[in-house]
Design a protein around this ligand. Sequence first.
Ligand code: ADP
Length: 271
Amino acid sequence: PKLYELANTPLANADVNRSSATFALQAKQLHKAFNNVEVLGSISFAVTPGEVVSLIGPSGSGKTTLIRLLNGMDKLDGGEVWLNDQSFIRLNRNTAGKERFYENSALSQQIGMVFQGFNLFPHLTVLENLLLAPTWHKLGTAEQRQHFAAVTLNKVGMLDHANKYPHQLSGGQQQRVAIARALMMKPRIMLFDEPTSALDPEKVTEVLNVIEQLAREGITMLIVTHEMKFAFSISDRVLFMEQGRIVCDDTPDALRSGNHPRIMQFLKDIS
Ligand code: ADP
């Protein structure tokens, strides 16, 4: 009962996305090789606060690798990642002149990550999953965290399941919890890596609807997806990757108008 009451009490500071930064995220000439084989060429793009950007392209083109570089899960071999106009990940030269991976760990909380496989903590309830990171990082008071968790679970339609464990939920429900969990840290940008590709077809829509709602609220997002209709309807811009490069960065309207023959071909091939 307490959670329901909290969920319906307005948050004192509800605007999670107010930002005076020019860019929420910048990728600057990112490079990545596996076993000396270049997987990402010179990747550069930027996402402004409130923007929704989709990342599409054939399987093996480097989308997942790019997402993993952006959140520090994989080490880049060149270039820099900036968050909220601050340098987040780069290579630093040590005194011997050797380049070493450097990540400003204070900034890593500002990225919200949603994976294909949900990745909830199996031994924690839904509510505990949400509270773990903000409690660890001492974001607000315990009461404020409960309040924000209740509001956020309500937003993704999972308030009724707050005390269940992940295995008691469907894939679509787990993914909605994973989205809520990422939102708990009030990230500057949410990264989604194929958030619906592990779901049964009938569960896809419920997750896409939640992401669509976040877009309407002005949450900044970068979304790797195979759901083309969704990508084109939700995005301000679409990035098209091929063989480790971004070969197109344009609005859905421009893409639809046929200015980019390669993308038209790709869309035809997969439909
Ligand atoms: P996408 O997400 O677009 O399907 P990936 O980023 O998964 O593409 O893969 C891009 C390329 O990098 C592929 O050729 C893949 O085989 C290679 N690759 C990805 N991860 C590794 C790894 N850990 N070791 C070696 N090669 C990898």
